[in-house]
Design a protein around this ligand. Structure first.
Ligand code: PLP
Length: 478
């Protein structure tokens, strides 16, 4: 047992070493694991540490507790399925029209009678709702009246300090004055696009990309130029360079980390290359860092803005995926165009709701966010692992799937000709929701793909539903 990694708590180091034994095939699926007591004795640790280790291994889908029988090793999926193929969208600007099918998927998001594999919304139990409620109640009690007025359009001063301090920890030097609080990441993206583009312009984006972004482009009358993307490294930098040399593109909009739906993490070197290409062509970058805090690895990836501080970058993010989708608190940080950005914020919503911002600032100030992040990262990583395992045993053999490094969505690619809209129609009849692949592009591809959200607490219904989707996929391919 190697316990030299100083940054890791002991139970995580122990869980890593058990995971490695499973990955290396020393411990095989179906084998009975040591009892918690024997594990504690073998490793010379307390029963509490042994229990924490086993809980983490359960979360990761490495161990399974069987009633009255003990713990068993589970199959690990990730070496077994190939990754989806790199995307090859047509390299031309496309009119966007996705809103109608997107509304259909969104309509199931809050209907709990559907298995929640569709929208990427963490389940309420995973959000620190009660703690946040307490901060909100306290703020209402102490400051309520003071906050029932038009707030500073920049947003709560203390919240901006908190966001600026967190950015600094990643090497992104942005003063509180450079942070603008927005109504979710969606408003931040709208503001960023409104100051960099005009109706009819073209924006370069990843392919596949988050369908809500396509809706924003559609609503703003912008055209999408989709970039070829591979499921490990992200966009093809040479293709970006060629495209920008050949046509006028007003902005490039990319995920900072853990693209939705592919889950890849673009490395720092590649990020630097991308900003260099964009700078050479005079194209601003809008980066969406909404999943950055949900990294399964030890390090939280750095956004483009931290890696290339002088480049023309507008960073957009929010707390929607980690703590409070309902509070609608996002932000934007830019090193250019401050006046235009403020004017755009005025035009869109005048200012944000003050009290939730105050409560969020209070919560961040209490130090609770980091502990919360540590907890949910593990849960999401465990969910992704478990869903991958069920896909592995129930989907047709030719199915490819991503191996996300963070976030909580999984992308499946079935053989060409597979119709994920037909699967969707059948799944909805059986009260299972997921998102068909066609929604992640403006140019008509990915009909053979689908996205599964792994954002909900694991339970038997989710397991059954993924397995049922696999059965239906077999039937559709037969
Ligand atoms: C990549 C990405 N960006 C932005 C958003 C929207 O964020 P918000 O709810 O903060 O507006 C989402 C939501 O699913 C997303 O996946």
């Amino acid at each position: 047992m190697d316990r030299r990694t100083p940054a890791l708590p002991l139970y995580e180091a122990l869980a890593d070493s058990v995971t490695a034994l499973v990955d290396d095939g020393v411990l095989r699926a179906g084998m009975r694991a040591l009892s918690v007591r024997s594990f504690a004795a073998q490793h010379g640790v307390s029963l509490t540490t042994a229990l924490q280790t086993y809980r983490l291994l359960e979360d990761r889908g490495v161990l399974e507790a069987r009633p009255k029988s003990g713990f068993y090793i589970m199959a690990r999926p990730h070496q077994q399925r190939p990754l989806p193929t790199a995307s090859q969208p047509p390299l031309r600007a496309t009119q966007v029209s996705v809103s109608n099918p997107v509304f259909s998927v969104l309509s199931y998001a809050s209907d709990f009678s559907y298995a929640p594999l569709g929208c990427a919304i963490p389940s309420a139990g995973l959000l620190a709702a009660e703690r946040l409620d307490r901060h909100l109640a306290r703020c209402a009690r102490v400051h309520g009246r003071r906050y029932n007025l038009y707030a500073d359009p920049h947003g709560d001063a203390e919240l901006r300090v908190q966001i600026s301090e967190r950015a600094l920890r990643l090497g992104h030097a942005v003063a509180p004055e450079g942070v603008l609080i927005t109504n979710g990441c969606t408003e931040a993206l709208n503001i960023a696009l409104s100051v960099t583009t005009r109706h009819g312009d073209t924006v370069a984006i990843e392919s596949p990309t988050y369908f809500g972004l396509l809706q924003v482009l559609e609503a703003r009358g912008l055209r999408a130029l989709e970039l070829p993307t591979d499921p490990v490294n992200g966009i093809d930098v040479a293709a970006l360079d060629r495209v920008l040399g050949a046509r006028r593109v007003s902005a490039c909009l990319l995920a900072s980390s853990f693209n939705n739906p592919l889950g890849y993490r673009t490395g720092d070197k590649r990020k630097a290359e991308i900003t260099k290409v964009l700078t050479r062509h005079g194209v601003p970058l809008i980066e969406d860092d909404i999943y950055g805090d949900i990294s399964f690895g030890e390090e939280r990836p750095r956004p483009f803005a931290a890696i290339s501080p002088k480049a023309d970058i507008i960073l957009c993010s929010s707390f929607s995926k980690t703590i409070a989708p309902g509070y609608r608190i996002g932000w934007l940080a830019a090193n250019h165009r401050h006046d235009q950005i403020l004017a755009a914020k005025f035009a869109l919503s005048l200012s944000g709701a003050a009290l939730p911002q105050k409560a969020m600032a209070d919560f961040l100030g209490s130090g609770g966010y980091d502990a919360h992040l540590r907890r949910i990262r593990k849960v999401f990583a465990g969910n992704v692992d478990r869903i991958r395992r069920v896909v592995d045993r129930s989907f047709p053999t030719a199915t490819r799937m991503t191996n996300p490094q963070g976030g909580f969505v999984l992308w499946l690619e079935l053989p060409k000709g597979f119709d994920s809209d037909a699967l969707y129609a059948r799944a909805i009849r059986e009260r299972i929701c997921f998102v068909p692949g066609g929604l992640f592009t403006a140019s008509g591809g990915y009909r053979n793909c689908l996205r599964l959200s792994c954002s909900h607490d694991w339970d038997a219904r989710i397991e059954r539903s993924v397995a049922r989707l696999g059965e239906l996929a077999h039937e559709l391919l037969a």
